[in-house]
Write a protein that binds this ligand. Sequence first.
Ligand SMILES: [Zn+2]
Ligand SMILES: [Zn+2]
Length: 157
Amino acid sequence: MNLTGRCACGKVRYEVRGEPLVTMACHCLDCQRTTGSAFVIHTTIVESDLAITGETEMGLAPTGSGKGSELHRCADCGVIVWVHYRAIGVGAIAIRAGTLDDPSLVTPAAHIFTSRRPPWVPLPVGVPAYDEGPVRAEVWSAESIDRLNALPPRDSS
Ligand SMILES: [Zn+2]
Ligand SMILES: [Zn+2]
């Protein structure tokens, strides 16, 4: 899978040089707030697989873990292209899949924090859904868990 994407103005462009770890749709209120929409689609990748050009800025948003999430956005148009949840502790980040050149290339393996979603948002049949966070062993492939566990700690300070 060759994933490429960009911000709205096109000054920030990226390519994912490796297989993604997992894709999930998150319905939590933080994701609703930072997208201005009903849910986000996050494709989690190894950070070193991201090749990105153009200037980005980082914002730090509060999260349920208390450790915060880094929101990396285009310095010009302000679109958030990728995020890092500091609670994960290692170099894994999430691409905002709506910024992919072809968002249909990824499919959520699970829907999470679904208890926060508005009642008019349906959930797909046959896809795992969790009221709160996911059970990693049920959603991630064994290979992706191994790759995550092999990553060195990430210094977020
Ligand atoms: Zn831009
Ligand atoms: Zn969320």
